[in-house]
Design a protein around this ligand. Sequence first.
Ligand SMILES: [Zn+2]
Length: 388
Amino acid sequence: MHTDRLYYSDGYLTDFAAAVVDSANGGCTVYLDRTAFYPASGGQPRDAGILGEREIVDLIDEGDRIAHVLAAPLQSAVAEGRIDWSRRYDHMQQHTGQHLLSAVWSELFDLQTLSFHMGVEVSTIELAAREVTQAQLDAVEERVNRIVREARNVSISLEDAAGVKGLRKPSQREGALRIVTIEGLDRSACGGTHVHSTAELGPIQIRGSEKIRANVRVEFVCGIRALRRAKRDYRVVAELARHAATSIDKLPEHASSVRERLVAAEKDRQRLALELARREGDMLYGRMAEGPDGIRRARIEVADLDDPGRAQAQAFAARSKAVMVIVATRQPAILVACSPDTGLDAGKIVKEKLTARGGRGGGSAIFAQGSLPDAAVAEAIVRALGFP
Ligand SMILES: [Zn+2]
């Protein structure tokens, strides 16, 4: 026995009584002679609600019948259903809004809608277009909101597919077609739930567009969602403005000046870090005692080799009779700087010791570095440099 879909004739019906005609899964899935519950279809999500005092957890359109999946078994022969009206009405607003938007994209720019998706927060339509401009988005938004103000009738009619005319998108179905008409604008075959008047859509906001595959996806919100979204956006922006101690309108200007200052400050920081490292290298040289051969040797360990480390070693070795080694532990590596008057060849020593152990590295006589295959190689290098 097929399920009579009450929402086809009355999308505003919230409460109904029905006979349970079949059940499965120990009574957790039931079939009714009639239902006001809308199963997910055509981009519109399913309803929520209560049937026989049990919560609806799913609604499956099986073609001829609708399966009502319940949180607990239902054994009675009749049941009363109540749909979650705020959820449904929101869906009706987004869905009818989609009809209107698709109609206006077609009307103004001859762009057809390929698909519709209603998300929890926002809805999207995919247009058969390579790209759309901001001016087009603005024009469509203006036009749909004008039609909302005109409070145009949205009506449902059943027409035979063979004789049907003036559909925005031709239907492949045969027999009786359910046609949704927006007065003087659009006729579409659709089995979804819709509001009675465009006035019920409330504000329609196009939130943006993006390229997707070879098409364009347009994001939008209608009615209560549009208000809630605008309110949330306002709170976020107001909070940002409060932190920035500026007005909302001046936020973009403020953000770009903060970014510029940040870039300048980062450059300064890097310059100062190098300067500090050079001074540290110089001071370290002053603290080190000469070895028996008159050479001052310094060795430090760091987590990572970086530019300030290199600058420190170079500053150290810029003095006379000086050798500095930096060993990095996180990604094991070694850096050697020698002053020319030591007679040592940093590049030669590093290359020799590293290649003997399968490592890589080298450099000039006064500056060399390489990655360490193991800790023992570092020891071989420092011994070759005359460290005790
Ligand atoms: Zn529809």
